[in-house]
Design a protein around this ligand. Structure first.
Ligand code: DAH
Length: 339
């Protein structure tokens, strides 16, 4: 029995196969174990010698099993290390490269245009106080304009800003005139989404304050932005419009040729001359903060626009929801080059 057991152990070439041999001989109902069980029926003097014999056999089988198990385990580990070894002579696989989101690209273009014109770049909070998003911008609680900007309210009475115009107020409270600033960021509206509406989107806000700033400066600035975006031939159009924080107010559009050879007016945003009530609200806030009232009597213009509109036309993206769905089939088209 010892001989056949040793042969079988030698032949076992996997740990599973070895386990079967182990069970067969030294398991609970294995052949050796059974043999030991028969000892009780033997007369005492025989029992002793026979028992010693069987134990020698069992020890030999067990030793062979242990040794084989160690060998097989070492071989398995070697194979694993081998398979994980790095062959430094193989050619590299390369890593997929990321890319700038189309909205970031449009923002970068816009910011470059305005910093060239001497504007500072400011950033501000998305969770905002009602006062900065509405009241200080001449939008009291009863104003119908609030219905145009359905609002996400927080339980503590604050809100998700509905536009970047809050930054007009924050910037003027922090900085003395004269100033030129642009501010980019996310804005939120509580409304149903469709191909041209998202509950979260982006804006670029601009504000210029000084002495004797006029509507002509505003028009010249928007025209300069249009030329920066679409080249020397770009045309701009202004139409009277109403926003509580400007007077007069206007909407502006840019006429341009998109990469697919279409020419169209692109309604881009709103603008106007800063309303005196806004300057007053700013001075009130400044006074509360122990700062001098420097804004009443100043003149200025402001504008706000949506980079999504520019990006949709520039890149031929038909649905605003594609920007934020993180679908690699869409975003994968914006890998690599940074322009
Ligand atoms: N805040 C306005 C909106 O979200 C856009 C706007 C209009 C901004 C006129 C301005 C402005 O600064 O002068 O609809």
């Amino acid at each position: 029995m010892q001989q056949t057991a040793i042969q079988e152990i030698t032949a076992a070439d996997t740990l599973d196969a070895l386990q079967l041999v182990k069970t067969k001989y030294v398991g609970k109902s294995g052949l050796v174990t059974k043999e030991l069980g028969t000892l009780g029926k033997l007369p005492p003097e025989e029992r002793k010698t026979r028992g010693a014999e069987i134990n020698v056999i069992r020890a030999a089988i067990q030793a062979a099993l242990d040794e084989k198990e160690a060998t097989l385990k070492r071989a398995a580990l070697d194979a694993k290390l081998q398979s994980e070894a790095i062959d430094v002579t193989l050619p590299g696989l390369g890593l997929p490269s990321g890319g700038l989101h189309p909205i970031s690209r449009v923002y970068d273009d816009l910011i470059a245009i305005f910093t060239r014109m001497g504007y500072e770049v400011a950033e501000g909070p998305e969770v905002e106080e009602e006062h900065y998003n509405f009241e200080a911008l001449n939008i009291p609680w009863y104003h119908p304009a609030r219905e145009l900007q359905d609002t996400f309210w927080l339980e503590d009475g604050r809100l998700l800003r509905t536009h970047t115009s809050n930054m007009q107020i924050r910037y003027m409270v922090e900085h003395d005139p004269d100033l030129k600033m642009v501010s980019r960021g996310k804005v939120y509206r509580y409304e149903a989404t469709d191909a041209t509406h998202e509950a979260m989107f982006h804006q670029l806000e601009g504000l210029v304050v000084g002495d004797g700033i006029s509507m002509a400066d505003l028009k010249g600035t928007i025209a300069e932005m249009a030329r920066g975006l679409y080249g020397a031939g770009a045309k701009v159009r202004f139409q009277p419009s109403y926003y509580p924080f400007v007077e007069p107010g206007a909407d502006f559009a840019i006429y341009w040729n998109n990469p697919r050879g279409e020419s169209k007016w692109l309604e881009l945003g709103g603008c106007g001359m800063v309303h005196p009530n806004v300057f007053k609200a700013v001075d009130d806030l400044r006074e509360q903060a122990g700062k001098p009232r420097l804004y009443e009597g100043k003149t200025g213009f402001a504008f706000g626009l949506g980079p999504e509109r520019i990006a949709m036309l520039k890149y031929g993206i038909p649905d605003i929801r594609y920007f934020y769905a993180n679908d690699p089939r869409v975003m994968g088209q914006f890998r690599g080059e940074l322009g």
